[in-house]
Write a protein of this length. Structure first.
Length: 463
């Protein structure tokens, strides 16, 4: 048996055990990394721990800590209300707003995890308040971040186009951006349909601000219709529905249905938190500072400034999710150090059937990226495929775009940074469901994305 097959089989066993037994998969993966690393790879424990994602640990802890504070002091409620007003109270449009905002941020050059770290807690706060599926909101945020990342000035776009230029291969930044954006947009639309988005479109509008006050007054003192019959009871105030010409809106928000709500007020503490969140955005997107360290810094400063509302926020960090993600990523890092990932790519590139080899390269990119850094996979697999592409048997532009799609759309996997951020910021009572949903969605994309991108961009041979 090849030495590279043993770590892969162990990874399969880890997934099987975690599926049938109530044990944290990350803890299992750490045990597997220790056993395989020492017994098979001959590594010391300190070397194995080099693969632990310290940067991801700081991001997960820092962001969830900061937004736990923001939730406790009402700042998230104010941000959610602002988002509602921005779309005229139409709850069904909010997931698409989150998609568009994330796409715009990453298209402007922000790293994908930074955009998700900033937008996901806000989107998931909105989902919790208005009974929207957190799985739907999380997928929309992550696919939006992936959609913008391949712009000519985006991080992923810069990596891929740079590799292509250095290798002297034909490339098209426009095709790369258009194809990746279109695929993520289609996946977002599919998620919107599958995870309850259509039901949101039929929701009544939420009314905030001055309109809410007027609607509340009308609900308390409903108008009397002329010539109404005595004894017929009070006339119900009109409820405005999407596309309705009715002028009034009233109701309650007891079941996540839209209705009349008083707008959250901003106090000194909320303004201070907003300043801190603005500092996070500027630090991560403008000054290219580590988003995790910036988030921890802001959270600590807010705790020092407002200890009463912040003192228990650290307990809301999802430590189980942190262990899960840290363990899996540590094991995948072991696979990379032992050359298992490179061995897979080299074996596939040596296949005599070019189209089949192209499909398998896309599949490998999707599988590995679902558990590891998309940036690292793009930087590793495309150079690995350069000799294969240089032969001219498969169109370089099409395969590069298909590989980029395959390696990026799976970022919604809970084992990827973006998916992990969604899990960590989900409501505690539904976190397991979100994790399982993202795992099913991510694993489905591992198969579907390579097949679709290969079938559309490689098989026809038109690129």
């Amino acid at each position: 048996m090849s030495i590279h097959l043993i770590p892969l089989l162990v990874l399969v066993v880890v997934f099987l055990i975690a599926t049938v037994r109530p044990v944290n998969m990350g803890a299992l993966a750490l045990v597997a990394a220790f056993v395989v690393g020492t017994a098979v790879a001959g590594e010391e424990a300190t070397k194995i721990l080099d693969g632990f994602p310290g940067d991801l640990f700081v991001i997960l802890v820092g962001v969830t800590y900061l937004f736990a504070i923001a939730k406790r002091n009402g700042t998230v409620d104010w941000l959610v209300a602002t988002a509602v007003r921005a779309v005229g109270g139409r709850v069904g449009l909010i997931p698409w707003v989150m998609f568009a905002v994330c796409a715009a941020i990453t298209a402007a050059g922000a790293v994908s995890p930074a955009a998700v770290a900033i937008i996901a807690p806000i989107g998931l706060g909105f989902a919790a308040r208005y009974r929207i599926s957190p799985l739907l909101m999380g997928v929309m945020v992550v696919q939006g971040a992936s959609a913008g990342s391949f712009s000519p000035i985006g991080i992923f776009g810069g990596i891929v186009n740079g590799v292509v230029d250095r290798a002297g291969l034909p490339g098209s930044p426009l095709v790369l951006f258009a194809s990746t954006f279109t695929m993520n947009l289609l996946l977002a639309a599919a998620a919107f349909v599958l995870f309850g988005g259509r039901a949101l479109l039929g929701r009544e509008r939420v009314v905030l601000g001055a309109e809410a006050i007027e609607a509340s007054r009308r609900a308390t003192h409903p108008p009397v219709r002329p010539h109404s019959l005595v004894g017929t009871g009070p006339v119900r105030p009109a409820v405005e529905r999407p596309g309705s010409d009715t002028g009034g809106v009233a109701g309650t928000d007891t079941a996540g249905q839209a209705g009349t709500e008083a707008p959250p007020r901003l106090g000194v503490e909320q303004i201070g938190t907003l300043v801190g969140l603005l500092g996070l955005v500027l630090g991560a997107l403008v000054f290219d500072l580590n988003v995790g360290f910036v988030a921890v810094t802001v959270a600590v400063l807010l705790t020092l400034a407002y200890p009463q509302s912040s003192k228990d926020a650290i307990n809301q960090v999802s430590w189980g999710a942190v262990l899960l993600i840290g363990g899996i990523v540590t094991y995948v890092a072991l696979l990379e150090r032992t050359g298992t990932i490179g061995w897979l790519g080299t074996s596939v590139a040596g296949i005599g059937a070019p189209l089949l080899a192209a499909l398998l390269i896309c599949l490998i990119g999707a599988v590995v990226s679902a558990f590891a850094s998309t940036t690292g996979i793009l930087g590793a697999l495309i150079p690995l495929a350069v000799p294969f592409l240089a032969s001219g048997t498969v169109g370089a532009v099409g395969l590069i775009a298909a590989l980029s799609i395959s390696a990026s759309v799976v970022d919604s996997s809970p084992f990827s940074t973006n998916g992990a951020l969604v899990v960590a910021n989900s409501p505690e009572d539904g976190r397991d469901r979100v994790f399982r949903g993202l795992m099913a969605w991510g694993m489905a994309l591992v198969v579907i994305a390579p097949l679709l991108s290969w079938g559309a961009l490689v098989l026809p041979g038109w690129l």
